[in-house]
Structure formats: C-alpha cells, structure tokens
Design a binder for this molecule. Structure first.
Ligand code: ATP
Length: 624
C-alpha cells in the first residue's frame, strides 16, 4: 500500500472536507422525499380534507418516528428491540390519559409523553444491560406484553380496553393537513438530530457497540452509557410518534400498541435498511401503504403482504436503501481502494504524532519512574489458576515484554490490567493510582490502551471511523451539543485530524475502506492506530506480530521503536524471540501463571529456568 500521509500540521479544512460522511445519493433521496412529503396532501385522491387517505398519511408519518427510533437503537447500536409499539403506546397514553381522562392541560400531556418513554426506555436498557441477541429480544418482548397488559387492565389510568377518545390536538390544529405538516416538521427535526448523532462521537460509539462490545470498551467507550443512550433515544422517538398518533386520531385503544405492531416496526426498519435514516422512512412508507396497494387481491392480500416481507428480509439483508447504495457504488465508484490494498504494509519514516509526543518530557526525567505496579495479582477461572500471584512493575519509557509458554497466563494478565477481567486477588497501580477492577474505558481514559491477540476491530466500519472511535475518550460533545450543533464541528475536526495522523503514523491512506476488506497485517496496524488515537501513555500489545510475515514483522519492530521514541511505554506479549531481543528493555517470564524470571534480555535469555520452561533445549544447545 502506498502511503501518502499529510504533512505534519497539514490536516487542514481542505483535507478534512474530502472526508465527506454524506453519500450523495442520501442528499438527493432526502430532498426528493421532503418535497414529496410536503406536497402529497394535494395529490391524494378525493381531496385532502379528512378522508381515509389523509388518515393513512398521518399514520405513516407518525410511524416514521417509531422506525427512526429503531434506527438508532437497533441499526446504530445493535440493541434488538421488539417493544417499540410499547413505547409508542406509552407516548400516546401519556397524552391521552393526562388530557382526555384527567383533564390536564396539553403541555402536561406533552411533558409526560416525553418523560414516561425515556424513563421506561432507561429502565428497559438497565435491566437488559448484559443481554445480547435473542436474549435481549426476549426481554423486550416481555416488556412489550407487560405494557400492553397494563394498558388493557388499568382502567383508572388508561380507560382499559374501551380506550380513550376526544384526545386534543396542539394549537387547535383541527385541519388534518396542517396537523400533518406539523408532524412533518417535528419529524424533520428528529431526522436532523439522528443524522447529526450518526456523524458524531456518540454515533460512532453506538456503532462500535453494535460491532463489538468488548473492542468498544477497550477503545474507551462506556458501554453502560451508550446502551442507556441507545434505549432512551429509541424509546423517546417511539414516544413522540405515539404522542402525535394520539393527537392525530383523537382516539386510542390498547390493541393498537400490540406485539404485532412492534413486529411491524421491526419489519419496516429491516425492509428499508436498518442503519439508514432514509431507509427507515422508505420502509415505513412501503409497509404502511403496501396493504392498501394489495387490496385488489382481496382475501389473499395479507398472505401476499407477509410473503413480500419475507422476500425483502431474505434477499435484501441491507434493506432497500442498502440495495440502492450498492447499485450506486457499482455504477459510479471508479476503483475500490481494496484492489490497491493488497500490496502489504509500508511505514512512513520520520512521521510523528504531533498530539502525542512525550519524548521531551521523558528526556527531562533523571530517573525512570515506575508507571505500572502489579502486586500479588491472581486470576482464577474455577480450578484454572491462569495467573497465580504475580508481582512486577513497568518503568516509564520502557518496552517491557511478557514472555512464556502457551497457556502461561500472559493474555490473562493483560486482560486483567486493561479491565477486561476482574482480578481474583491483588492490586494494580497505574501512575500511583489503584486501578484494580476499573472498567476498561476508565483505564483507557487514564492513558492505558490495548490491542488484542485476535484483532478486534469494527469490521463494518471504515478505517477512519475505527480510528476515530479511539478519540472517544478524549472528546466531550454531548447530546445537547449534537442536537444544537454547538461546539461540535471544531471537536470533530480535531478528532478526524488526530485519527488521520495516527493512521499516517502506521502507514495508511485508504481511510474509507471497510476494515473487513483489509489484510490481516493491515488490520493489525489499524488496531494499533486506534490505540494511538486514545492518546496513550502506556500501550498493552498482545502478540502484534502474530500472523505477520518476516518483512511485516521487521516493519513492526520499526513501528514499536518509533512509538517508544514518542515516549509511549509499551507492555508487549510476544513469542517471536528475534523481535523480543530487538526491542525489549526488560522482560518478565511467566510459566503456569507464576513469574519465573525477569531482567534484561541478556539476564533472561541466560536464566536456566527460562531455558528449561520456555526457550527449550534447542536454544540451550545453541547457547552452549
Ligand atoms: N476466559 C477463560 N475461561 C477459562 N479459562 C481461561 C480463560 N482465559 C484463559 N483461560 C485459561 O487460562 C490459562 C492461561 O491462558 P492465557 O491465554 O492467558 O495464556 P497465554 O500465556 O496468553 O497463552 P498464549 O501464548 O497461547 O496466548 C490457560 O489455561 C487458559 O485455558
């Protein structure tokens, strides 16, 4: 791969503008949809006031909120939810009960419709925090059924099975077309918010969560916060949709907010394209109107409707919008970068990370301080004593290597140090502060990042997005900043510039290539770049040379030295003894979960215990 990094300090506006996150088809499709949506009341058969089609149109636009919520919760964050109709119902009943049943003012209903779904969304997120895939789906189904039962049976709160009528509309908007336009404006605001979210630090963190939770947390993403965020945005948008639905129809009953409706929302999302905003709208429009278009088939129309959905799900895994994106790429994209990406890794000599150069600080120190202290560390898995009372320390500025036979506990040590596993016993201190059993993202935040033995990237995301996620812990934009686009651009510019610099440092220029299309060695480099983007003072690298050919390994040696020259302390696990002897300042040797030796390269390689346990008789003979 030919690397052409930008000059140091040259990550300017012009360069950043070339990193357009918006697909041109998205802009065109979005503009057409907006114009169509505004004009459609005038195109409806039979006039635009109060007819059947107008009701369907209103249903369509309010359903879009629910699907848009799922786009964030499921499409972005990967949190399967089959309870969206429940949140839709909570929004609808918050308005209906407060106004139509208790006679409270409209704004009370509006507030309740925002607060209740958020609270319930956070509750659902909290109880299902540790669940993924079908387990999560089952919990959300349970939640959906409970909500529906409560709506049915709590007559005093909800009017029971009879439902509630005479639900008011805001600002006295009795004219359905005006109310439709109001819904459209609110929808556009929500779409703009979701769009901004997608291209923000929080959006990237949600995608990271979807792709690989462990990697996300090791890259500095707070899983708990992100899951709460995903569930609360998903439920809030569902609640807003339900609130507008209740206003639009003037009458609601529990049947509308059924499990079947949740499945319909789910199908709308998948049909349109799960992580695309336009896809959510397209899927909602299609599945809301399809039954109408199929009525000509009389008693068979529902069977045909179901059959078509199955066909969509099987043959369009990325939905209709995904298909359109692929067609666009096929027709207009000249040459996929991946074709050029097979030439191996070339590193850029002499490039530095302008934001991460602690070499000067290091040079000023007379004596090397201990940056990392491990005391009596144990990690047991049932009867397996993977790590069994290890003490060692790492000095600032060193490349400290952990070696030992397979299964001796090296990876487990790094997993405990980086917060992936909790320690069975012992203490870990980093720069004088105890960090034992802290969550991985907190440890990354303190300046200790890691890579994995089996590379853990976010395969469906681009190279640049993977690395930008590393900047998550160093950036601040919150939901309000993102919603009002306040102080976000400057921060985004810096995140992108730093990610580019980290990539340039390891030798990349194909920032938009999906990571899954890269070679193994290149993926390793992206993982290192992501760790560098977290601005670490200490790097844990778990067998970075695994799977690399000798030429790539030699380049890796150079890279390790260059990172170390920046002042980054490295704790490295490695089996390749040539690499170890070239880079190690200090070595700790493990065997059966215990430390059997430590010292400089010369001391360790001549230690008979190390030769016996790890280096083997062959090396002993060679030494002799
Ligand atoms: N999650 C786990 N559950 C149960 N046992 C585990 C787990 N992780 C590691 N072990 C066990 O702990 C021991 C140490 O494994 P570890 O992966 O830390 O060794 P290692 O020195 O890194 O090996 P290698 O050089 O092959 O990567 C092994 O016996 C392994 O089977």
């Amino acid at each position: 791969m030919q690397a052409k990094p930008a000059e140091s300090g040259h990550y300017n506006e012009t360069k950043l503008k070339s990193l357009k996150p918006v697909h041109p088809a998205l802009i065109v499709g979005g503009a057409i949809l907006i114009v169509l949506a505004v004009c459609i009341p005038f195109l409806l058969p039979g006039g635009r006031l109060g007819n059947y089609y107008m009701t369907e149109l209103l249903r369509t636009v309010v359903f879009c909120f629910a699907t848009l919520g799922l786009t964030v919760g499921m499409g972005y964050a990967g949190q399967i939810s089959l309870a969206q109709a429940a949140f839709f119902g909570l929004g609808a009943y918050s308005l209906a009960s407060t106004t139509a049943l208790f006679g409270l003012p409209y704004w009370v209903g509006l507030t309740a419709a925002l607060v209740v779904p958020i609270v319930m969304g956070v509750f659902l997120g909290a109880i299902s925090l540790r669940l993924v895939t079908h387990y999560l789906a089952l919990v959300t189904i349970g939640f959906q059924i409970i909500v529906q039962l409560v709506l049915h049976n709590s007559k005093a709160l909800t009017g029971g099975a009879d439902g509630l009528s005479r639900i008011p509309r805001p600002f006295g908007l009795e004219n359905p077309t005006y109310f439709y336009w109001l819904c459209l404006v609110v929808l556009l605001v929500c779409i703009l918010f979701v769009f901004r979210l997608k291209h923000s630090r929080l959006g990237r963190a949600l995608f990271a969560l979807r792709e690989d939770e462990l990697a996300a947390s090791a890259a500095g993403v707070d899983l708990f916060k992100m899951k709460m965020l995903a569930f609360s945005i998903c439920s809030t948008l569902g609640g807003i949709g339900g609130f507008l639905y209740a206003s639009a129809t003037g009458y609601i009953s529990p049947d509308v907010f059924s499990f079947e409706q949740s499945v319909s929302f789910f199908a709308m999302l998948i049909t349109g394209g799960s992580d695309s905003i336009i896809g959510a709208v397209v899927g909602t429009v299609l599945l809301t109107w399809l039954p109408e278009w199929l009525r000509a088939f009389k008693e068979y129309y529902l069977a045909i409707y179901g059959g078509l959905i199955i066909v969509f799900l099987i043959f369009l895994p990325n939905g209709i919008w995904g298909l359109m994106g692929s067609l666009y790429d096929m027709i207009f994209k000249k040459k996929a970068a991946s074709e050029e990406n097979t030439a191996g890794i070339k590193f850029i000599e002499g490039k530095t990370l302008t934001y991460l150069n602690r070499a000067g600080e290091l040079a000023r120190r007379q004596e090397q301080e201990v940056i990392f202290q491990v005391s009596g560390l144990k990690k047991h898995f049932g009867g397996v004593k993977a790590v069994d009372g290890i003490d060692f320390h790492v000095k600032k500025g060193d490349i400290h290597v952990l070696i030992g036979p397979n299964g001796s506990g090296k990876t487990t040590v790094i997993n405990v140090l980086s917060g992936i596993y909790s320690a069975t016993a012992g203490q870990i201190a980093y720069r004088g502060s105890e960090i034992t059993n802290l969550k991985p993202h907190l440890i990354v935040g303190m300046g200790a990042a890691r890579t994995f033995q089996n590379i853990r990237l976010f395969p469906e995301l681009s190279v640049i997005d993977n690395v930008m996620i590393g900047q998550h812990v160093r950036s601040k934009a919150n939901l309000l900043n993102i919603l009002f686009n306040f102080k976000v651009r400057e921060e985004e510019r810096q995140i992108r510039a730093r990610a580019e610099e980290a990539l340039a440092f390891v030798g990349f220029e194909y920032f938009f290539e999906k990571v899954k299309n890269l070679s193994y060695g290149q993926q390793r480099m992206v993982e290192i770049a992501r760790a560098l983007a977290t601005e670490p003072e200490l790097l844990f690298l778990d067998e970075p040379a695994a799977g690399m050919n000798p030429e790539e390994t030699q380049e890796l040696v150079k890279l390790l030295k260059r990172m170390n020259e920046l002042g980054i302390t490295i704790l490295l696990i490695e089996h390749d003894m040539h690499l170890v002897t070239e880079v190690a300042d200090y070595i700790t040797v493990l065997d059966f979960g215990k430390k059997i030796s430590e010292g400089t390269v010369g001391q360790v390689l001549s230690d008979p215990e190390v030769i016996r346990a790890y280096l083997g008789e062959e090396l002993a003979r060679a030494e002799a």
